[in-house]
Design a protein around this ligand. Structure first.
Ligand code: BEZ
Length: 282
């Protein structure tokens, strides 16, 4: 994620671990889908603080973690991960991974999801797999509506344009994968109501920064209170426990043949035709 372009989301490793430590903790299902094998070389796209990269490494695979946040990359390095600061829209790997893995990161890459998928395809060896989980269609819908409504209440016009997340349907994402040379073998939308350890305020303070940044600083605390108040009737139970309305899009896709530059032999594109023949370089 490019922080500036993705709405100035400020990824601070300590704050993330406190308010969203459940994110890697709930990543077991997608790790099982990845099924990393000893000796495989795996790219963890949006590795965050490296909790899941470490689990992949424990299974005997070689892992490269990438993230746009220097703070997260530093945290991943402290776990012993080969972590690098990299923009997900600009992946420069060339047919060198057996798998690309991603958990809870792709929905932040809204500006050009096709560029991300094209880079993933380029990074994979033919037959390599792209396994991931991200927010899917309808993810945090109530939270998003509340945030947009509060911005409008504060005079922000076209507040929906501030939404920083990309939550595709199964059909839309399968199509995007296919356009970039990745054959979707499994895609599923999975509702996953998620208890929030530090309540809705903690979640909003961590993740709703792109909305809050649209307001003068003096209005932000009030706006947070207003978002929490709007959400209380639907996401807070009688024991004051908050649950977020998460929906996961979990998928596995496989890289079709790379299109190669005849002079350099390097992968130059990713748009294979549906029949597998090389298409327009992506
Ligand atoms: C998610 O994992 O679905 C998510 C996390 C933070 C903000 C929005 C969505």
């Amino acid at each position: 994620m490019n922080e500036a372009e993705e709405g100035a989301q400020e990824w601070k490793a300590r704050r993330y671990a406190e308010h969203a430590g459940f994110v890697p903790a709930l990543g077991q299902a997608v790790l099982d889908l990845l099924d990393p094998r000893p000796g495989e070389r795996i790219l963890d796209l949006g590795c965050g603080d490296g909790v899941l990269s470490q689990k992949i490494k424990t299974r005997g695979a070689e892992v490269v973690g990438i993230d746009a946040s220097p703070d997260m990359v530093a945290a991943a390095k402290r776990r012993g991960i080969d972590a690098r600061i990299t923009d997900g829209f600009d992946l420069r790997f060339d047919a060198e991974f057996d798998a690309v893995f991603s958990n809870a990161a792709l929905h932040w890459m809204k500006r050009d999801p096709g560029a991300v998928v094209a880079g993933v395809h380029r990074a994979l060896r033919t037959g390599g797999r792209f396994v991931g989980e991200m927010g899917g269609h309808g993810n945090v819908a109530a939270i998003t509506v509340a945030a947009v409504a509060v911005l409008e209440q504060h005079g922000i016009k076209d507040a929906a344009s501030v939404i920083p997340w990309y939550y595709p349907t199964v059909d839309a994402y399968r199509e995007l994968l296919q356009q970039h040379g990745l054959a979707g073998e499994y895609l599923e939308l999975i509702p996953r109501p998620t208890p929030l350890p530090t309540g809705m305020r903690g979640w909003l303070e961590t993740f709703a920064i792109p909305f809050l940044k649209r307001l003068p600083e003096a209005e932000r605390e009030t706006a947070l209170d207003e978002m929490v108040a709007r959400l209380r009737p639907v996401l807070c139970d009688e024991k004051q426990r908050w649950t977020a309305d998460y929906v996961r899009l979990r998928f596995l896709a496989r890289a079709e043949r790379q299109t190669q530059d005849p002079t350099t032999g390097q992968a130059i594109g990713s748009r294979n035709n549906r029949d597998g023949s090389p298409g327009v370089p992506g």
